[in-house]
Design a protein around this ligand. Structure first.
Ligand SMILES: NC(=O)c1ccc[n+]([C@@H]2O[C@H](COP(=O)([O-])OP(=O)(O)OC[C@H]3O[C@@H](n4cnc5c(N)ncnc54)[C@H](O)[C@@H]3O)[C@@H](O)[C@H]2O)c1
Length: 325
């Protein structure tokens, strides 16, 4: 199968290498800037263009990988669907819920596969936490904390710093955890969010959203683009029989069992080798879906719900009021 990469920045480079290591051929690269398309295309002896719509329409292309800024996703997904291509789209699925729905309906109408790359579902540590929960290791979960923090990203032309474009840390980064939250604990009922967003003198975005899930679980999702350096993920899931903690600075994940008085505490430390990048795993699952051998663990509807939840959090931050979902 032959792949076109649309948007040849950070994720375009990453996904080109993942697709290539799955044995796919990168044949075309499209970017707003010809130079950016060329830099990537040269690595794969592919064609380069600053006309991404023409790249998508190329009859030689089987798969379109959308790695451009978020507000452009839906337009490219719709064009790819209408051209009959399989679609791999970076998260967030789109900038608005309506755009997500339009892209989904175009894919449905054209009967093409539309995959949204919610990579956290493919992180082995997060899969291990789900397995521990499913095995009842901490009993009934009550409180969840999901933290994700790093530097304020720049992006081409500084698009991440334009809150209207990127949706800031709440839409762009917290959506990873928001999707995983819904994947693991079901639908949310309401959200209250507070966010500090600053552009000058230095761009800083710090957001904290509390979701009440329909199951009764309370979940705090914290995202920051205010770290002076590095990148860190931290998780805590507290249940009536124990607690799971994960800190990306201190792998592997760590589970503490609540014990009866007098009992010695037991610690479960599951092995967490990482034989493959989660980005590679998501490509493998997407390709298997395209070939009709496997269903992916994430659907376009899941990705739409994640956008809806993240945008509700942003609305809450703006109005200062909780938002029902
Ligand atoms: N899954 C993850 O871990 C992860 C990480 C970072 C970013 N992302 C997502 O991936 C997408 C791309 O982010 P990035 O970090 O690679 O950004 P980036 O700025 O590094 O790259 C975007 C590229 O798209 C090009 N571009 C801009 N407008 C375009 C247009 N209209 N048509 C075609 N190309 C255009 C830019 O010139 C640039 O080369 C975003 O939706 C972002 O949220 C996902």
């Amino acid at each position: 199968m032959r792949v076109a990469i649309i948007g040849c920045g950070t994720m375009g480079h990453l996904h080109a290498s993942m697709a290539a290591s799955c044995g796919l051929r990168i044949i075309a690269c499209g970017d707003k800037y010809k130079h950016s398309a060329k830099v990537l295309a040269e690595q794969y002896s592919a064609a380069a263009s600053d006309d991404s719509m023409a790249v998508i329409a190329d009859p030689e292309v089987d798969i379109v990988a959308i790695c451009s800024p978020t507000p452009t996703h839906a337009g490219y997904a719709i064009a790819a669907a209408e051209a009959g291509k399989s679609i791999f789209c970076e998260k967030p699925f789109a900038r608005t819920v309506q755009q997500c729905r339009d892209a989904m309906s175009a894919a449905r109408k054209a009967k093409v596969k539309l995959f949204v790359a919610h990579v956290v579902r493919y992180f082995q540590e997060f899969e291990a936490m789900r397995a521990q929960l499913a095995a009842g290791k901490v009993g009934k979960p009550g409180f969840v904390k999901l933290y994700r923090g790093g530097l304020f990203p720049m992006g081409a032309d500084g698009w991440f710093r334009d809150y209207e474009e990127s949706g800031g840390v709440t839409l762009d980064s917290m959506i990873h955890d928001i999707d995983w939250l819904r994947y693991t604990f079901g639908d949310a009922e309401r959200v209250f969010c507070q966010a500090l967003r600053r552009s000058e003198p230095e761009a800083i975005d710090y957001s904290t959203a509390t979701f009440r899930m329909k199951s009764g679980v309370i979940a705090k999702v914290i995202g920051t683009w205010a770290q002076p350096g590095g990148f860190r993920v931290e998780t805590e899931i507290c249940g009536d029989k124990g607690m799971i903690q994960f800190n990306s600075d201190e792998t592997p994940i760590f589970t503490m069992k609540r014990t009866a008085p007098g009992e010695t505490p037991s610690t479960i430390v599951p092995a967490s080798p990482v034989p493959k990048s989660p980005y590679q795993l998501e490509w493998e699952e997407f390709i298997a879906w395209v070939r009709g051998t496997r269903q992916p663990r994430v659907t376009a509807r899941d990705a739409t719900e994640a956008v809806r939840m993240a945008l509700a959090a942003l609305e809450s931050a703006e109005t200062g009021k909780p938002v029902k979902l």
